[in-house]
Design a protein around this ligand. Structure first.
Ligand SMILES: [Zn+2]
Length: 234
């Protein structure tokens, strides 16, 4: 299966075929739908069928064993293998995920601490940081610095690396809770030009200016050293 969202996060429409459709989900030859992972929600989409009918994809997940991308469809209709469909991504929602996700990379630049968790929706995103107890976080200062990085309209690019190369640059791994799959020959790195480079499998905007203005909603204490910073699109 070609997972087109890795090549081009901006593609919204794709003609493809059904490989399998059962109660576990719908598997397509190719897809644009990002599966839930790395704190980013699974995509929604509409499939147009050969007879003109439509089928909604309400969530997308990756099967843990087969690694296939399973589209969760609405209702009881099951499509036959080989059936031709046109997939139209729920772009408005996905684009918000891309903007917030990219903003979380910038947040990890503004706050250079270990990341212990993270999550995002179409409205907001958060990262949890391992912050020494004597360091105070200033909400307004974080917001200003985030918006400055956004306003620089920095290019965001994908670079491929290997697990071996990454092992030699452990400083690139900011997540303390999840280690990237270092055994793989190819690992995807996301670079925000001049400010950040880290392994990531999510979807991002092409330039930071696309994120638009953001707000720091709140900073919460989640344990002695753990601070949760919540951001939202303004
Ligand atoms: Zn990312």
């Amino acid at each position: 299966m070609a997972e087109q969202f890795y090549q081009d996060a901006y593609q919204t429409r794709l003609a493809t075929r059904v490989l399998l459709h059962d109660d576990a989900g719908l598997v397509l030859e190719d897809t644009l739908c990002y599966p839930l992972g790395g704190g980013q929600p699974g995509d929604c989409a509409t499939l147009t069928l050969a007879d003109g009918g439509a089928l909604r994809v309400v969530d997308t997940r990756r099967d843990r064993e087969s690694r296939a991308i399973l589209h969760q469809t609405e209702g009881r209709l099951r499509l036959a293998p080989g059936a031709e469909v046109t997939l139209e991504l729920d772009w408005e929602r996905r684009y918000r995920h891309m903007r917030i996700h990219t903003c979380l990379h910038l947040l990890s630049v503004v706050l250079p601490f270990g990341v212990t968790g993270g999550n995002l929706s179409a409205e907001s995103g958060r990262l949890d940081f391992d912050v020494p107890e004597d360091v105070a976080l200033d909400k307004d200062d974080i917001e200003t610095r985030l918006n400055q990085l956004i306003a620089r309209d920095l290019p965001v690019a994908i670079r491929m690396s290997s697990g071996e190369a990454l092992k030699a640059q452990p400083e690139l791994i900011k997540t303390m809770s999840v280690t990237p799959p270092l055994h793989l020959p190819e690992i995807r790195l996301v670079e925000v030009e001049g400010v950040d480079l880290q392994p990531c499998g999510g979807t991002h905007v092409a330039r930071t200016g696309e994120i638009g203005q953001v707000q720091v909603r709140k900073i919460e204490n989640k344990g002695a050293r753990n601070k949760r910073v919540v951001i939202a699109l303004a």
